[in-house]
Design a protein around this ligand. Structure first.
Ligand code: ACO
Length: 434
């Protein structure tokens, strides 16, 4: 087989010579010049499929939501640079932008914020759901199950359609769900949401307040949380978003699709990495603080240790979200007065890795999780809640992709193929003869 890009004069086709025949496939070019081969007719015309484990070379859809240039470290939501959104927007504003394509007008934002504020309360029967979970349960499966269970309380969401109310309910209730998962695990009473608080302040109050005394979140902390949610809000076709799309492609409803996304995010190679970063830094601290020793382990192919928070499937230069968070990290630590020992170890790891041939050659740089874990720790968020925070931030992105999928004129159920490597047809052996 021989593929050749037709570069001279005509760049819009790929020629494929196979089995003595010649086929051509169109090149599709995105709005930022990203090109791909459209192989939709590959199997029907050639009998071939593509094999791409991990989908590192496969585009699963056309999407107008998020643009990433991993080589240049660029991330934009709906065309707006992440650096600008991080500085000028709020999380709910960014959520609207991702889901509906444009920055909201003042009125749209006010209405949306009002709707979100009015839907934060969970059905009272939901308390029993949390109470049924073991106290030692990790909050991620609790949240994934609770989001799936929303369908049982709001049965009008059972149909896969663009339901504004389902979307508002989900974004509004996620902080309540997350805080209930936490409160149950530590044996404290659930805190009802309050309509006079902003989104992040409400969450912090439900997490750290008790009915015994009023809790006033520090505005600097609430702002840092808002920033973290913005930075996590979308990241195009990553593992959890692709999961949401795949589940949604069966016409599963919004809650079912997002619940699957939360489960996918939990894995330590994806959203679970922020928890692993802190555990790695704490382990290094306990073992005497030698960053060099851990770096040597991460490079050793016979050792399973990896430098958590380093490396990314897409970014082959500094993750722009990590650059923004690096600055915020120092501000938050200064404000909270939390020991910066972990940050010091983190900085040392980063410094060594950025100059080490192993990491340089493989283009491994800090990713968003490297700093988010340190900030969450400083904010007082328990380590097993880190991934839940990530899920809260990623909600609008998942919803945006679910909406885009359902509105796609080329909509198809997701159904990859495979190259079968098992046994050829063989005779059945009766149990008495085995
Ligand atoms: N520490 C040490 N070596 C690493 C690391 C790391 N963190 N990441 C990659 N490598 C090495 C691999 O061993 C491999 O080396 P080799 O070529 O000698 O075999 C090479 O770099 C390429 O790594 P892959 O695993 O093939 O890269 P891939 O794109 O598949 O994986 C991933 C990306 C999963 C993020 C990986 O870099 C990793 O495991 N990082 C640590 C976990 C992490 O931080 N995950 C969060 C990602 S960001 C997010 O999900 C929000």
């Amino acid at each position: 087989m021989n593929t050749e890009t037709m570069t001279q004069g005509n760049t819009d086709k790929i020629e494929l010579n196979y089995g003595g025949r010649e086929f051509s496939f169109p090149v599709v070019v995105g709005s930022e010049g990203e090109a791909g081969v459209d192989i939709a007719k590959l199997r029907s015309s050639t009998g071939l499929i593509t094999l791409d484990p991990g989908y590192a070379n496969s585009g699963s859809c056309r999407s107008a939501i998020t643009f990433i240039d991993g080589d240049k470290g660029i991330l934009r939501y709906r065309g707006y640079p992440i650096e600008e959104l991080a500085m000028k927007s709020s999380f709910l504003e960014v959520a609207w932008l991702l889901m509906y394509g444009e920055l909201p007008t003042k009125d749209q934002l006010a209405t949306f914020t009002h709707e979100i504020t009015r839907h934060t309360l969970l059905h009272e029967d939901f308390r029993r759901f949390f109470e049924a979970m073991p106290k030692a349960a990790h909050p991620m499966p609790v949240c994934a199950s609770a989001v799936a269970a929303l369908t049982t309380f709001y049965q009008d969401a059972a149909e896969a359609k663009d339901s504004r109310t389902s979307i508002v309910r989900l974004i509004a209730k996620m902080p309540t769900i997350a805080s209930y998962a936490y409160k149950h695990s530590i044996g404290q009473p659930f805190m009802y949401p309050r309509n006079d608080r902003a989104y992040e302040a409400n969450f912090l109050r439900m997490m750290f307040g008790t009915p015994c005394e009023e809790y006033e979140p520090d505005p600097v902390i609430a702002k840092a949380l808002d920033l973290l949610l913005i930075l996590h809000a979308d990241h195009e076709q990553n593992c959890s978003t692709s999961t949401v799309r795949l589940v949604g492609s069966s016409k599963a409803n919004l809650y079912a699709s997002i619940s699957a996304g939360i489960s996918a995010l939990w894995g330590h190679l994806h959203g679970g990495a922020n928890q692993q970063v802190i555990e790695m830094l704490e382990q290094i601290e306990t073992e005497g603080g030698s960053a060099d020793h851990f770096i040597a382990r991460a490079k050793d192919k016979n050792d399973t240790a990896r430098l958590m928070g380093f490396g990314h499937r897409v970014y082959k230069s500094y993750d722009p979200r990590a650059s923004i968070l690096k600055k915020t990290c120092s501000d938050v630590l200064a404000r909270t007065g939390v020991s910066s020992k972990l940050l010091e170890i983190g900085m040392r790891l980063e410094e060594i890795a950025l100059h080490d041939e192993y990491f340089v050659q493989r283009r491994l740089y800090p990713n968003v999780d490297f700093y988010s874990g340190i900030i969450y720790k400083a904010l007082g968020i328990p380590v097993n809640m880190f991934t839940v925070m990530f899920a809260m931030g990623r909600l609008p992105g998942w919803i945006a992709h679910w909406l885009e999928l359902n509105a796609d004129p080329d909509f198809k159920i997701g159904r990859p193929r495979q190259i079968y490597t098992g046994s050829p047809k063989r005779a059945y052996v009766p149990i008495a003869s085995r």
